[in-house]
Design a protein around this ligand. Sequence first.
Ligand SMILES: C[S@@+](CC[C@H](N)C(=O)[O-])C[C@H]1O[C@@H](n2cnc3c(N)ncnc32)[C@H](O)[C@@H]1O
Length: 251
Amino acid sequence: MHNLYESDDLLNQYLLFHYASRDAFFPYDFPVTEALDFSKRCVWEGVDFDLLPRKTRALDLGCSVGRSAFEMSQVFDSVLGIDYSEAFIHAAQVLKESGSHPVERLISGHQSISEKVVLESSTERERVSFEVGDAENLRDDLGDFDCVLACNLICRLKNPMALLNRLSSLVRPNGQLFMTTPFTWLESFTPKEHWLGTNAEDSFSGLREVLEGQGGFKLLKSWDMPFLIREHARKFQFSIAQASRWVRVAE
Ligand SMILES: C[S@@+](CC[C@H](N)C(=O)[O-])C[C@H]1O[C@@H](n2cnc3c(N)ncnc32)[C@H](O)[C@@H]1O
């Protein structure tokens, strides 16, 4: 059987786990609780609503089970959530229709608790719709939007440029784009030749070059956004996304 603990990746991980300095290992100072409610924060921290001239249509690309799209329903007349996963879109639709969805909360091993997740009463469910779609090959008649979210999506695409090239036609002039990504490039999702940036240039510089170049966007702000994904009662994935807010420059 393949032993994970013989791999170079795990060897490096454990050498750093045991011996790295605090600065090399974790150069951040936010407490773990700041990583909660990520999909809600993507809307309320991510978008600058005061700068938006109109609040008619919003799009959440890679919306998964829909929380950011439901949050945006409090502001926009209509919100569309698109995801490649049929299971995620089905769950988002169940939430839209019934306001809740059953969930198994794993404690550990075979032990889990059956409960429900529920939408907050401030959600304007009727303003939100969901569909299965491919962010790399979006339908032609999607139209344009005052605000587009693409959170933790680009490093899950086969070819991020396919989406980046489409963004300028999706975001209206003076509209906003909010992106987050931990830049977790993995060849199982994205072939190396499609990773953004080069050895000499980090991924965010690569993203900025594309969006501020042919994309027609201007960077308004970039910052670190921690998030926590629960695996079981005693194990969580703690990640720090690079967040960035962009405005589409009016011609
Ligand atoms: C890491 S999750 C992020 C989900 C959500 N935006 C969030 O921040 O919690 C990536 C999501 O992108 C979706 N996805 C992956 N490839 C996609 C594609 N080509 N088109 C649309 N969605 C895609 C996955 O199904 C998944 O829901």
